[in-house]
Structure formats: structure tokens, C-alpha cells
Write a new protein. Structure first.
Length: 126
């Protein structure tokens, strides 16, 4: 799309050439069905954790923690020093707080009566 090309050209003029590396982890169960996974990307030395999902029957087993740790390690190997994500109050704020993330922003009424939180974590001390 032409608009995207123009925005990318402007961004390159400011920060130079850059790439975003995809990060995907999938955890199959004993029967081969996917029971958990992570989707994210690393760019500008940051991991953006887009999705971390665990099947309901496998929650509270440590799988989510293991997937998060594996994603952070993989992101560090790619060059990430920081991580960020967003979550809703009905999803996993407590989970991420437990794993060292802190809230840096909130959107009230997103959706109405709920909050969307933006969280970050330092992966590698500079």
C-alpha cells in the first residue's frame, strides 16, 4: 500500500533501516492439539508480546509461565532488551505483574466499564 510505503520511508529517514522479527511459540498437548502458544515480534530492541494463550484445561499448571519465559529468552536471543504488551483487566494483569511486568498506561472504558492495561518489563539490564 502506498501510504504504508511512505510512512516506512519517513521512519527509515529518522531511525534508519530496521526489521521486526516474528516470534512464535506453539505448545502441543499429548494428542498433538495446540494447548498454548505465544505470538509476538522483536523490533527496536523490544519484544511486543501480542498473544499468550493457554487452553482453559491447562491454565494454572505453569504452562503460561513457561511459555512467557521461553518467549522472553527467545526475544533476548534476537536482541530484545525490553518487553511490552497490552491486556484487559479480565484477562491477565495479575499474571504479568507476578512475572515482573509493570503497568505504564491504562485506557478506561475500553470497552465500557473495563480497562485495557499497557505493561512493560526490562529483560536485559543495560
Amino acid at each position: 500500500m502506498e501510504i504504508g510505503k511512505r510512512l516506512r520511508a519517513f521512519n527509515v529517514s529518522v531511525v534508519g533501516e530496521h526489521r521486526f522479527e516474528p516470534l512464535w511459540l506453539v505448545h502441543p498437548g499429548a494428542d498433538g492439539e495446540i494447548i498454548g502458544g505465544v505470538v509476538g515480534e522483536v523490533g527496536f530492541d523490544w519484544l511486543h508480546l501480542n498473544i499468550l494463550w493457554v487452553a482453559e484445561a491447562h491454565r494454572k499448571t505453569g504452562l503460561g509461565s513457561a511459555l512467557l519465559a521461553a518467549a522472553e529468552r527467545a526475544a533476548i536471543d534476537i536482541g530484545a532488551r525490553q518487553a511490552w504488551l497490552d491486556t484487559f483487566e479480565w484477562q491477565a494483569e495479575g499474571f504479568y505483574l507476578k512475572h515482573g511486568y509493570s503497568v505504564f498506561g491504562r485506557l478506561e472504558d475500553f470497552p465500557e466499564g473495563q480497562q485495557r492495561m499497557f505493561m512493560r518489563k526490562t529483560l536485559v539490564n543495560v
